[in-house]
Design a protein around this ligand. Sequence first.
Ligand SMILES: Cc1ncc(C[n+]2csc(CCOP(=O)(O)OP(=O)(O)O)c2C)c(N)n1
Ligand SMILES: [Mg+2]
Length: 616
Amino acid sequence: MTRTIRLTMAQALTRYLAAQMTEIDGERLPIFGGVWAIFGHGNVAGLGEALWQERARLPTFRAHNEQAMAHAAIAYAKANMRRRFMAATTSIGPGATNLVTAAALAHVNRLPVLLLPGDVFAGRIPDPVLQQVEDFGDGTVSANDCFRPVSRYFDRITRPEQIVPALARAMQVLTDPAECGPVTLALCQDVQAEAYDYPESFFAERLWTPRRPRPDRDELKAAAAALKTAKKPLIVAGGGVLYSGASEELARFSQATGVPVCETQGGKSALPDDAALNMAAVGVTGTEAANRLAAEADLVLAVGTRLQDFTTGSWALFGAQEKTIVGLNVQPFDAGKHRALPLVADAREGLTELAQAIGGWKAPESWTANAKAGKAEWRGQADKATAAGNAALPSDAQVIGAVQRALGADVVLLHAAGGLPGELHKLWRAGSPGSYHAEYGYSCMGYEIAGGLGAKMARPDKEVVVMVGDGSYLMLNSEIATSVMLGLKLTIVLLDNRGFGCINRLQNATGGESFNNLLKDARHETLPEIDFVRHAASMGAIAVKAASIAELETALAQAKANSRTTVVVIDTDPLASTGAGGAWWDVAVPEVSARAEVRTARAHYDERRKQQRIGE
Ligand SMILES: Cc1ncc(C[n+]2csc(CCOP(=O)(O)OP(=O)(O)O)c2C)c(N)n1
Ligand SMILES: [Mg+2]
């Protein structure tokens, strides 16, 4: 007879989560770092009681905003290279739908997170329960159906025994390198509290180790043959290199073959910035060194990248008429993009076997030398952009220079939206793998501070430095209070250019009048003068304003010694950005307009679009 234990569905769920383990550097650890929770009637009695019971093995953390707590969970998974993750639970209705943006963020970035929104009564007797969305034509619809398109696995738990297969499926998705993404289990309120006789074996400890698929023999042969004929090969390193822990293999491959490497936002820090053949950022926010090679490359070995438009310059950057893309990716969907030769495999295994398959092949020396010269030249340009100047308001690039000088490369530098991602991708000199944490798949304003919190939970040994614009800060800053409460110190550098600077610049570049982006250009009675220092201090942070780049460096040196979250605010120039480097980005300009500037921009746009590779 199966031995059983009588538990509520919520108690069984938390007990199961606590028993899932991982092993990192020989240490056995719970795979769930904890559960973020904001309670309401949809989860407090059921899941809340169960989390309390399980609190020793599965810690619960309270946040201020559901989206933010999911950001923290997602950043935790990213900073753990997807080897550990967290869950997030909410009530029904607004608490649940507040998670939807974060679900989409995890979906785009291929990051594991377990979302546990409460749901309406499966029994439906009290309908409509507070916050229930009523569909006139479909009795099975609830607000949680919003999660379907942004979940890798979605389930609604309407009977307590359903969690047995649902949690098995959830774990499979969360731990699968190819499928990995958000899992949503919508937990009906009444079912959370319902008891069932669960098999005891369901709660046995289970160890999850990363799966590393090796390349198919024929795909490997084809990829090696293509590489061996290349005259101008280039590696594009994406986030998959980091998640696979393939940095060493990548460095070895590049050194042995002389093939230069460039990095996407997700892949930056795969190699240290000072590696001789690391051309660093590629694409719209790329370095000139990388983009020059991309324009000519006859073979692109794309490793662990989604090849999003910022990487391919909206598919106008890789300009060689005759070229082959080899898509080394654990996910076939990505491996075959742009008619690539697919090489479906884990990045580490794939690089190792590809290196063996090409024997002692090397890229032509002139190509490698050309890459090195380009890098040296770019370094000069970058140093110029990041050096302190004497303008009244510093540029983002100058702030980046100061942060780097004060804090070095051995930090976790985190950012997501605004002008900063472009500047940091080009200019930040990354150190060890994982030292550069960019959420640029969804580029979600408001990820930064909450994400910093999650990254700090994952890497408590590191200084976590969050760089954020005033717009993103105002959108979602409340987890500063949580970071103070939990004793998780962040260093937050807030660049106040009084508005949505990068979108204003984009508006101007597409022929638009400055309108509705910078505060001064938005409809107003009174121009807001937001005191970010007092705002951050009110949440318990140490907060200071730096009046210059020199003051910023001093403040950051001081922040290093602080044990509490520190916010350093600096006023910046909304109009300045680094001209050097970069590639075209397809942003559709109006075909007709009363504005001459728009018509000019459209003509320019039509020209640039001719360089887009269609059907490749
Ligand atoms: C949630 C969300 N809303 C809107 C956008 C579009 N967007 C991208 S950057 C940006 C402005 C960001 O302002 P700020 O953080 O001050 O950075 P700045 O552009 O001034 O450098 C906007 C509105 C976005 N990426 N995310
Ligand atoms: Mg701004």
